[in-house]
Design a protein around this ligand. Structure first.
Ligand code: SF4
Length: 499
């Protein structure tokens, strides 16, 4: 239901009296989930309805519903009192809160100092390079990138160093951090530095520098040693062991909290959902991000070797998440990050800022990537596409003013292709308050931003995730519901996407 309708309802007033009042039916969308109907209002609030309740709501027969249900529909913006400007203002502010992170300007700035890396991971999206030549950011571009970051009005800036492995050019990393800190004496923003690395090159001097400048580390752990070493080959076949040495060193000098880890699900991972989760518990991590394989860049070429059907990922995800819940019941705090992104959308009025589900897209609006090739890209995935020769997502040269990048035809096309109210398919989707098309994904999959949204892997994956978590919420006991609400609280780290 997209428009406003007037009908009648009854609500209990302060003294217990039941008053008849004129009701406005507000826009909402519905979707069958299991035996119930899910209804989502334009504020992003939801209710579950049976067939009769849905009929009463859609037919405007609000008086046929229980007083409790009428009150719930009113507080969740499915119905409003006719002519009440206050409710409209409240609804507008609830909607605005869901888009706040996109409106404050780019908060995540990814600098790629080099494409060099000693690993030869089959799923690597960027085809790492062993040589420096032509694969490293020039000093001039590095300085311009550091200066450009402050053109964003965002009061909080996360600067993330990606690669390749940025520790292979620690000199550039140091130079950038010192320059940004120097500039920030005047700008006075809240700054957070993150380095995404295998940690194989980490040494104590680097740790001491990171400690002095509050730098956090993000690494990759794909699971137990055998699986990790299979996914991430290095000449000595000891990638896992060397990353663990790095984690121990960093935790010893910087503190336990200073290192986080990400995993990528390959075909080989599918057999080990529980073992992967147990590995994260064994290593003392409090977050695990169960990420599907990306089909970007060079990873796309290895799909036959590494890829799997979406049903296989869903099965893996269900089992791994059940294990995470099990650990929490045992008293071990462990959060699954993808779940918390989706739960944040469903259960919290405040958006955590997850770039891939923002409408319009966070790519180029809340994230910018300053790549080693001297160009600015709207997201990490966009620069990965460039490695395969598709440079259509370049926004401009590093040093181009932010206003010009955002007015560029590429950015405008990204915005148009990701605004749910403009995209057929999203316009009638029950998840439109939580989700959005991902035009960068569409470009990777179909070679165009505006591919029919319902055919994209991004859309199908998120339809499944939202269905799954709405069903999980509906069936959760109090203990699980408490955990889901805890995970739903926005956390700044969600906007960071490290490899
Ligand atoms: S991308 Fe798909 S799931 Fe997301 S709002 Fe659009 S139609 Fe719905």
């Amino acid at each position: 239901m997209d428009s406003w309708h007037v009908c009648a309802g009854y609500l209990r007033s302060g003294g217990g009296r039941v008053d008849r009042y004129a009701v406005q039916l507000l826009p909402h969308q519905t979707r069958r989930i299991g035996e119930k109907w899910l209804a989502v209002s334009s504020s992003g609030d939801h209710v579950f309805l049976d067939d009769n309740q849905l009929q009463a709501l859609s037919g405007g027969h609000i008086q046929d519903l229980s007083l409790d249900m009428q009150a719930r529909l009113k507080s969740r913006f499915f119905i409003g009192s006719h002519g009440q400007a206050g409710s409209r203002r409240l609804l507008a502010s609830r909607k605005a809160a869901r888009h706040e992170t996109v409106q404050t300007g780019p908060g995540l700035h990814i600098i790629v100092p080099t494409l060099q890396c000693a690993h030869s991971c089959q799923y690597c999206q960027v085809s790492r390079s062993l040589s420096d030549a032509g694969h490293t950011l020039s000093k001039e571009d590095l300085h311009s990138a550091c200066d450009a970051i402050f053109q964003s009005f965002s009061p909080s800036l996360t600067i993330e160093f990606q690669g390749g492995d940025p520790l292979l050019r620690f000199d550039l990393l140091q130079e950038a951090i010192l320059r940004i800190e120097e500039l920030n004496r005047a700008y006075r923003r809240r700054i957070r530095f993150v380095v995404a690395s295998t940690l194989h090159q980490l040494n104590e001097d680097m740790c001491r520098f990171f400690g002095k400048h509050g730098v956090l580390l993000s690494t990759s752990i794909d699971g137990p040693a055998a699986l990790h070493n299979r996914n991430r080959p290095v000449p000595g076949r000891d990638a896992y062991e060397r990353t663990l040495i790095g984690i121990d060193m960093a935790r010893g000098i910087l503190g336990h909290h200073a290192v986080s880890a990400l995993m990528t699900t390959t075909k080989a991972s599918l057999e080990f959902p529980e073992a992967i989760v147990d590995e994260y518990v064994k290593l003392g991590f409090q977050d695990i991000f169960l990420r599907p394989l990306s089909s970007y860049g060079f990873a796309k070429r290895n799909q036959a070797l590494l890829g799997y059907k979406s049903e296989q990922f869903q099965d893996f995800y269900r089992k791994a998440l059940a294990r995470v819940f099990w650990w929490n019941r045992e008293g071990v705090a462990l959060r699954e990050v993808y779940a918390s992104v989706v739960l944040n959308k469903i259960l919290s009025p405040f958006d955590g800022g997850y770039v891939d589900l923002q409408s319009p897209t966070g790519a180029g609006q809340s994230v910018l990537v300053y790549n080693y090739d001297g160009y600015v890209y709207p997201s990490d995935e966009a620069r990965m596409l460039a490695e395969t020769g598709d440079v259509s997502l370049r926004l401009g040269r590093i040093g181009t003013p932010l206003s010009a990048l955002q007015a560029s035809p590429v950015q405008q096309a990204l915005v148009a292709a990701s605004t749910v109210s403009e995209v057929a398919g999203c316009r009638t989707c029950a998840f439109q308050s939580f989700c959005a098309p991902n035009p960068v994904d569409a470009q990777a999959q179909f070679g165009r931003f505006d591919a029919p949204v319902l055919t994209t892997e991004h859309c199908l994956r998120h339809q499944w995730l939202f269905d799954f978590f709405f069903e999980t919420i509906r069936n959760a006991d109090d203990e699980l519901l408490d955990l889901l609400h805890t995970w739903a609280r926005p956390a700044v780290e969600e906007s960071v996407c490290a490899e």
